[in-house]
Design a protein around this ligand. Sequence first.
Ligand SMILES: O=C(O)CC1=CCC(=O)O1
Length: 96
Amino acid sequence: MLFHVEMEVRLPVDMPASQADALKQAERELAQALQRSGQWRHLWRIAGRYANVSVFDVESIDELHRLLTSLPLFPFMKIGVTPLCRHPSSIHDDDR
Ligand SMILES: O=C(O)CC1=CCC(=O)O1
C-alpha cells in the first residue's frame, strides 16, 4: 500500500542545539534504513519549508502508523497522510 505523507517539523525554539542535532541524526539514520528496506520510497524536501513530502510503501495502515510514530522527530512533527492508488495512465507497473 502506498501513502503520500507530508511532514512538517516544528522544533521548540528553546530546544538546545545539541538535543536538536541528536534528534536530526537519529531521524536521518532511521529514514535511510527505511529507504534501504524499500518502505520509505521517496523523500523530498519542500522548498522553503522545514518539511518534506514522502511516499511510503507498507503492508497496512497500522504498519504506517507504527513507522511514523517511531520516528525520533515524531513528537515535533505535523503529519498528513493521503492513501494512493494506481493511476490508470501510469506507465509504471510497480505503482501499487
Ligand atoms: O527534515 C525533515 O524533513 C524531517 C526528516 C525526515 C527524514 C529525515 O531525515 O528528516
